[in-house]
Ligand binder design. Structure first.
Ligand code: GLN
Length: 289
């Protein structure tokens, strides 16, 4: 561990019970392990509505996915936490928000199932779920921009990120953020723009902390060690990523490659739903996913 790396990391997990789809909690486990392997003592804090004080001193803040009803259930509580969250990110905490968390932390989420949910605007995005919208379900691979610090966060130099998407919401990015990546396989933010997720690098948008919103479940971090380390390093360095010692990530990269290969075979090129698939999408929209 280099001299500038703190010896402990505080990870705040927002609404871990309500928002935890497709193994999202695995992202926390990954951060915990990758810190621990480097001799950095992890502390995980489960943060609910009345736990604003637990956000103080957080290095990384994570929020996962959930169905629309769960998003409705936590919406007011998230608004109540908006100031402490903004403060923590302003102090340099790194934010990672997945799917429903991505949608809920934006300016607004509109769904035919639960109506309009205003958000705290911590991510400069807005999400609309059109009635009867096709669900975007399956493996997804994206590529971050050339020169992105995610690609150089570890020795791999890889620009690809893989994950699993399952959403009907269509997300538009505002002027203070940019897409996390370009879609290689799958659908991404809206199925049309060719982009996925939203990112503000440390210092952008007036906040010291890194902010990432994405539709990628999986869980996301175990198969994407470069992204896991970028989040960890940015949070630990309060916006100036610390130099983390390299880890032997062969199994992680093998899982990454295998996932990408499998989904390239299943979902080549532009992905089109079959008639049965579209019927299932509609049924899914009715039950709230
Ligand atoms: N209910 C949201 C959507 O379908 C989010 C689902 C999720 O978190 N996977 O758009």
């Amino acid at each position: 561990m280099s001299a500038d790396v703190p010896d402990r990391v505080v990870i705040a997990h927002l609404f871990p019970d309500a928002l935890n789809l497709y193994g999202d909690r695995g992202n926390i486990d990954t951060l915990v392990r990758r810190a621990g392997w480097r001799g950095i003592a992890p502390e995980v804090r489960d943060v609910g509505a009345d736990d604003a004080e637990l956000l103080s001193g957080a290095d990384v803040i994570f929020i996962g996915g959930g169905a629309d009803q769960h998003q409705r259930a936590v919406a007011d509580q998230l608004i109540a936490l908006a100031d402490p969250l903004r403060h923590a990110i302003g102090e340099g905490a790194a934010l990672l928000a997945v799917c429903a968390g991505y949608q809920n932390l934006g300016h607004a989420f509109r769904s035919p199932l639960v109506g309009e949910i205003p958000g705290p605007g911590l991510l400069d995005v807005e999400t609309e779920m059109p009635a009867g919208a096709e669900r975007f379900v399956g493996g997804i691979a994206i590529e971050v921009a050339e020169g992105s610090p995610i690609a150089t966060a570890d020795a791999s130099g890889r620009r690809r990120i893989v994950g699993f998407e399952n959403h009907s919401g269509r997300t538009t990015i505002g002027p203070t953020m940019r897409p996390l990546g370009r879609v290689l396989i799958g659908r991404g933010n809206d199925g049309a723009s060719g982009f996925e997720g939203a990112i503000a690098l440390p210092g952008e948008g007036g906040l010291r902390g890194l902010r990432i919103g994405t539709y990628l479940h999986g869980p996301l971090l175990p198969r994407n060690p470069h992204l896991a380390d970028f989040v960890l390093a940015s949070g630990l360095g309060r916006g100036v990523p610390v130099g983390l010692s390299p880890l032997p990530d062969e199994p992680e990269w093998e899982a990454h490659e295998r996932f990408a290969d499998d989904w390239t075979a299943i979902r080549p090129g532009v992905y089109r739903r079959s008639r049965i698939g579209r019927l299932r999408d509609r049924a899914g929209a009715l039950i709230g996913f």
